[in-house]
Ligand binder design. Sequence first.
Ligand SMILES: [Zn+2]
Length: 267
Amino acid sequence: MIIANHAHVFPREIKESGTIDRLKALMDECSIDKAVCFAPFPDRFVESGFPGDPNGWLASQLKGETDLYGFGVIDFDAPDLSGQVSRIKELGFKGIKMHPPYQEFRIDSPEAFEVYEQAQEEGLFITFHCGMHWHRLRDNLPVLYDEVAWNFPRLRFSLEHIGGYHFFNDALAVMCNNTRGGVQPRVFAGWTSVTDKDGPSEWSLTDEQLKTVIFQTGEDRSIFGLDFPYNSAEDIKADIARIQNMDISDTAKSNILCNTLKNILEI
Ligand SMILES: [Zn+2]
């Protein structure tokens, strides 16, 4: 059984390669049973003139879907951030996707803290992009996620890409630094787009680094992610095979590919 995090989905009018039907076809092809889908970031609706809001759109699309789970997004240009978090919960979503460099907010800003506070109250999981993404680095240095973990000890979140090629050690430090106190496990590693098969890209991690995550943080803090539609079915099959062939325990493998996210989503 494979349960995967991190699929970006879109209305056909905005991104034809990223529709929910395309995701379901890819899941079939890769033998993935269930997946978490993210609502599009609000600017994608604004720039394309697509009506409605991304969270409402995703909730309507997921009605009747038994194998897809939604994560909402925050609109930092709109008022009432904590109200937005509560609405995400009301829509039946299990978490929030946040992307500090793309959404251009500081990880430790008062606005972001308002979101974390309410997410902690509502029991929502946060999936963060963690690593460089062409925005000024000082606003989203991965070490700042330590502030999130310290200030919100009941909030669980994942660091997608585990800092990527440039910030892997920083992201791992945040994970290791928060293995005591609060809710445990609390900080998770998102094994998303970490392939190194075509050489070291911005998000590549080596097998040695991935094994170090397991060795230093344990077998229950790593979650496989798709980065659909930016990775093809071929890419994702290779990612799954890489985990299955890695020199780690069978328990670690089934946790990464299924059980850890299953527990978080309570499914
Ligand atoms: Zn993403």
